[in-house]
Design a protein around this ligand. Structure first.
Ligand code: AMP
Length: 575
């Protein structure tokens, strides 16, 4: 079958002509200039031929048959969920957290939350109890949606200490709802499927996403309903979503990619979204691409590198001919991965760049443009990106190509975050005049392609997950033997970085295998396996600045065998 031309056929012309106001006109909007993300994702399809199209094709664990949910059905489930919230007295603007793995109810809960005008916050289901609890304490949700299993394992022990939560609703299969919880399915069965989606001011809060900084607890990035304009247009331009597409975003909805591009953008673009309940499995993934005839695939470098480890044969045993566009995000995509895609799948991976705060894709290799392997691509139409250096009173843009500086973005795109919850000062520090400071280092070549260099701060990217060292250090410090802890990311061939902890012990404690195992177990239990350190090294003491802060840079330099004197650059950065 011949492939359709890309949505963004002429980058320069579209860019020159682009305005966010015009982009907004591609969506339905609501009376009086109001908006609602869920209205664009669901309601507006109901009067069109899309209504009976499959919105979500859910692939349950094992080899159970797929379950198709049409746009009409998904809107009805979200409607029931919105009515449940209304019947519980949950009001507009209240926060609803969802802690669940990829099951259909998660999508109904997310969209029902938005239809009801509440703020949706996803939590990663592989987190241990501690990251979940701290995010609940910071964001003070009124409602927690989770599964019975996750509730018993990760929530039940501490929920009594978090008074903001008025309702715990259990989705998925419920054996027996523990005291203080209710079976959401039973409530939804009794609720009406009809619900009038709340018209929201475009600048009203819709999403709260947690992200990590170098210091302190996680930050809650606030996003508003008009963000949907950016989700929609970047889904169309950067992911090239087209009518009839079967689209698979492998990101978990517990992270921002899994919401912006794993729920919202595909639905506003009216395509069919594949949702796989299982975790990574090379053979299963190829089988999904083949059997589901996936046309657009959005995945991440760690996953691509894991597939590469299985070699090209496995890929070649599958018919991947339905694929039209491959994209990747979240960490640097090494050129080998781009080439590997071309050689084994017949298509290159298109890298794109964004972060929790930007809400949507900012820089991308577009379908119509030649890829520069190793480059993140060029700014999305409507986005002005630049490289800057710090000055005494702000920043100065670097005009010369090839020079490294901080990646900055001109403010004013619709999915830009509007604050960190309760942290005005931290938010203000992210800006210099009209420019948002991303905390990433990059360079721009003479043709306007951007190249990722690194971070200006100490956060760690492991398997695409952003991890704040402080969160990990705090848990290690809780152990009575630990005097201080410093946590860094060390390079890893597959995961990009893995977490390593340096630990100094209190007097009277001796380093040893048993203690190491104990600390590892503590971290895994409290933080979850994906956030816990893979390695722990004992030291007599850790390097500190004069003001007493642990110098993680020095730990990193030692780990990499770099001369410590070279570390004076790259100080500061987003906290
Ligand atoms: P998060 O907020 O968790 O989405 O993480 C955002 C951070 O991930 C960015 O600030 C970058 O440091 C990194 N990142 C995202 N996409 C890319 C990419 N395409 N290349 C390199 N780093 C990336």
């Amino acid at each position: 079958m011949s492939k359709p031309p890309p949505n963004l056929a002429n980058y320069d012309a579209t860019r020159a002509d682009f305005s966010w106001d015009r982009a907004r006109e591609e969506l339905a909007g609501m009376a009086g200039g109001c908006m609602n993300i869920a209205h664009e994702a669901l309601d507006r399809h109901l009067q069109t031929a899309n209504a009976d199209r499959t919105a979500i094709r859910f692939l349950p664990r094992g080899r159970e048959p797929a379950i198709d949910i049409s746009y009409r059905e998904l809107a009805a489930r979200a409607g029931r969920f919105a009515n449940v919230l209304a019947s519980l007295g949950v009001g507009r603007g209240e926060r609803v957290y969802v802690l669940a793995h990829r099951i259909p109810d998660l999508y109904a809960a997310a969209l029902g939350t938005l239809r009801h005008g509440c703020v949706f916050t996803p939590l990663f289901s592989a987190f241990g109890p501690e990251p979940i609890r701290s995010r609940v304490e910071i964001g003070e949700p009124s409602v927690l949606i989770t599964t019975e299993r996750l509730y018993r394992r990760k929530v039940a022990d501490w929920i009594a200490d978090t008074p903001s939560i008025r309702h715990v609703l259990l989705i998925g299969e419920v054996d027996e709802a523990p005291d203080g919880t209710a079976d959401a399915g039973a409530l939804m069965d009794q609720a009406d499927a009809e619900y009038d989606t709340q018209p929201m001011d475009p600048g009203e809060l819709a999403l709260l996403h947690f992200t990590s900084g170098t210091t302190g607890l996680p930050k809650g990035a606030l996003h508003v309903h008009e963000a949907v304009v950016a989700h929609h247009i970047t889904g169309k331009y950067a992911l090239d979503l087209q009518p009839g597409d079967i689209y698979w975003c492998t990101a978990d909805p517990g992270w921002v990619t899994g919401t912006s591009y794993g729920i919202i953008a595909p639905l506003t673009n009216g395509v069919t979204l594949i949702v796989d309940e299982e975790e990574f499995d090379a053979e299963r993934w190829y089988r999904i691409l083949q059997e589901q005839r996936v046309t657009v695939w959005y995945t991440a470098p760690t996953a691509i590198r894991m597939l590469m480890k299985y070699g090209p044969e496995l890929a070649r045993q599958h018919d991947l001919s339905a694929l039209r566009f491959l994209a990747s995000v979240g960490e640097p995509l090494n050129p080998e991965a781009v080439h590997w895609g071309r050689e084994t799948i017949g298509l290159p991976f298109h890298d794109n760049w964004w972060q929790t705060e930007t809400g949507g894709i900012m820089i991308a290799n577009f379908a119509s443009m030649p890829i520069r392997p190793g480059s993140m691509g060029r700014p999305v139409p409507g986005i002005e990106a630049a490289v800057a250096r710090g000055t005494d009173d702000g920043i100065e843009l670097i005009e010369d190509p090839e020079e490294t500086g901080e990646l900055v973005l001109k403010t004013g795109w619709p999915s830009m975050f509007r604050g960190y919850l309760n942290e005005e000062e931290r938010y203000r520090k992210c800006f210099a005049g009209d420019w948002y400071l991303t905390g990433d280092l990059a360079r721009r070549d003479a043709d306007g392609y951007f190249w990722f260099i690194g971070r200006t701060d100490d956060v760690i990217k492991s398997s695409g997950h952003l991890i704040g060292p402080f969160e990990v250090e705090s848990i290690l410090m809780e152990h009575p033997a630990v005097a201080e802890a410093g946590v860094i990311g060390v390079p890893d061939e597959v995961a990009g970085e893995t977490i390593k902890a340096f630990v100094a012990l209190r007097p009277g404690h001796e380093p040893g295998e048993e203690l190491r195992r104990e600390l590892m177990a503590l971290a895994r239990k409290r933080l979850g396996a994906s956030v816990a350190p893979r390695r722990i090294e004992f030291h007599d003491n850790l390097p500190r600045t004069r003001s007493g802060k642990i110098m993680r840079r020095l730990l990193r330099a030692r780990e990499l065998g770099l001369p410590e004197g070279d570390l004076s650059t790259l100080e500061g950065g987003k906290q």
